[in-house]
Design a protein around this ligand. Structure first.
Ligand code: PLP
Length: 500
């Protein structure tokens, strides 16, 4: 065995304290004040407690107690706190925080903190690698995890896959590549009067607006296209918009099809959109941050036909692949497009080999090993377990929908396309249903048995649960109906009394 190798076993030689005879560095004050194993054991106990508490729903969300409030008001500490005490403080703080992995957390599009992913994060942080440049085996892990996720969602495995901090950065990165493809001189010269356009449905995620703003295209370059009754982009409107821009001398930079909108889970008609793009030579990006993992489930795969034709796609593994944040993957079909977008040659990064540095293909410099959690999760559980969990969430969304439709005081927005099911409480006698449902969402949050947020669809306020948690049981999912009706009835009653 190579004598320089780290002993890979926990509890191995030299785990506690510095080796005998070594000189103490000035940073000795940054060493733990207890044995490393004791600190790790305390952290493990906290994590174990959290996981046990995530196994079942919590009857309520605890308020922030006085001790924690006090703790969070102290100024910069000069003196040390014993690590075990500080860990206990952290345990209280986290317990009094809103944790998305809880099985009745249905707000926004949550993440569920997959346990093996948490372990992977601890391991990756311990080695604190930087994948800006070649990090040997870790760089190969990132590439392999990229190929795996591409295969999982049906995208060519020889694409370039960059792990990023989230769908927002993935979308910005992909659209940067699209801009470079359509307007190759802009990187050097700026937009300098060039008029360009990006197309998406009006329900696309705000990160697309952010991307066009940051890429210098300007928010006015975004064509927010109409949606059909199921809130999918209308392809004819897309074709007309591109053609009108071409006639006006405006350069179409990219079309963004959303594979699972944040608002309702709608999947744009990707294959038809791909036809329109290829006929006109326009870059197609598929924002699958939320919904694309459902392409792996046979019942829903037809919704995603055409994804393999896209120039770029993105998937947030920290959404529907269950791993902890942050972990998004931006995939670009031709690696050269990313290199043309991000490639550079700074003096502090000597290049003595043909291979590109990762920073020549991505936005960030310091790049942690975000891919390990996905790699370890797929290796530990196998892809089939992920497909089964996603299929389970899809089934729960349908179950929830079917149950909601049984009640006269509830109204559902639409049949679920994926796992977002907006619905609202419509009790008799309440005139302002929008304000009623807005207040109901806040009341449910205050009550704390479940967590859901409101959203506005065509000016109407809905409660908007999304089911993307592998921990949620059918009982958890259906509990939201009882809670919404119970609290909604109370709210309506109080309102009636006040008016009367
Ligand atoms: C469709 C879609 N795209 C992009 C994003 C942004 O992802 P992130 O929050 O990881 O930046 C979201 C977030 O919900 C999303 O639903």
């Amino acid at each position: 065995m190579n004598p320089d190798r780290t002993e890979p076993l926990v509890g191995g030689a030299g785990l506690d304290g510095a080796a005998e005879g070594t000189e103490a560095p000035d940073g000795a004050g940054l060493r733990l004040d207890v044995g490393r194993e004791a600190a790790l054991a305390r952290a493990a106990a906290i994590v174990g407690g959290a996981w046990r508490s995530f196994d079942r729903f919590r009857p309520g969300q605890p308020a922030i107690d006085d001790r924690v409030r006090e703790l969070l008001n102290v100024g910069l500490p000069e003196a040390p706190t014993p690590v075990l005490d500080a860990l206990n403080d952290v345990s209280r703080i986290l317990d009094e925080s809103i944790a998305q992995p809880r099985p009745r957390y249905f707000a926004f599009i949550g993440s569920s903190g997959l346990e093996i992913g948490v372990i992977a994060d601890l391991l990756a942080a311990s080695y604190d690698l930087n994948l800006a440049v070649d990090a040997a085996a870790a760089t190969a892990v990132e590439a392999q995890a990229g190929r795996w996720v591409a295969a999982f969602v049906g995208y060519p495995a020889d694409c370039a896959a960059a792990f990023t901090s989230g769908g927002t950065v993935s979308n910005i990165s992909a659209l940067a590549a699209a801009r470079e493809h359509a307007l190759p001189r802009v990187r050097a010269e700026g937009m300098a009067g060039v008029r360009a356009a990006v197309y998406c449905s009006r329900d696309a995620h705000y990160s697309i607006v952010r991307a066009v703003e940051m890429l210098g295209l300007g928010a006015n370059s975004l064509r927010s296209l109409p949606v059909d009754s199921r809130r999918r982009m209308v392809p004819e409107a897309l074709a007309e918009a591109i053609d009108a821009d071409l006639r006006a001398g405006i350069v179409p930079v990219a079309v963004v099809a959303t594979a699972g909108t944040t608002l309702t889970g709608a999947v744009d008609p990707i294959d038809t959109i791909a036809d329109i793009c290829s006929e006109r030579g326009v870059w197609l990006h598929v924002d699958g941050a939320y919904g694309l993992p459902a392409a792996s489930v046979s019942t829903h795969a037809p919704l995603f036909v055409g994804v393999s034709r896209a120039d770029s796609i993105c998937v947030d593994a920290h959404k529907w692949l269950y791993v902890p944040k942050p972990c998004s993957v931006c995939m670009v079909r031709r690696p050269g497009d990313l290199i043309r977008t991000f490639g550079h040659d700074p003096h502090y990064l000597p290049r003595d080999r043909a291979q590109q540095h990762a920073v020549d293909m991505t936005l960030e410099y310091s790049r942690p090993l975000r891919a390990l959690k996905l790699w370890l999760a797929l290796r530990t559980h196998g892809a089939a377990a992920f497909r089964a969990a996603i299929a389970g969430n899809l089934r729960q969304a349908q179950l929830f929908h079917n149950e909601v439709t049984r009640y006269e005081d509830l109204e559902v927005f639409d049949e679920p396309q994926l796992s977002v099911v907006p619905f609202r409480h419509v009790p008799p006698g309440v005139r302002d249903l929008d304000s009623h449902n807005r207040r109901l969402a806040l009341l449910i949050q205050k009550d704390g048995r479940a967590w859901v947020a409101s959203a506005v669809i065509d000016g109407r306020v809905y409660l908007r649960p999304s089911f993307v948690n592998f921990r949620s049981t059918d009982t958890d999912v259906l509990s939201l109906i009882d809670i919404a009706r119970e609290l909604g009835a109370r709210l309506a009653h109080t309102g009636t009394l006040r008016r009367g």
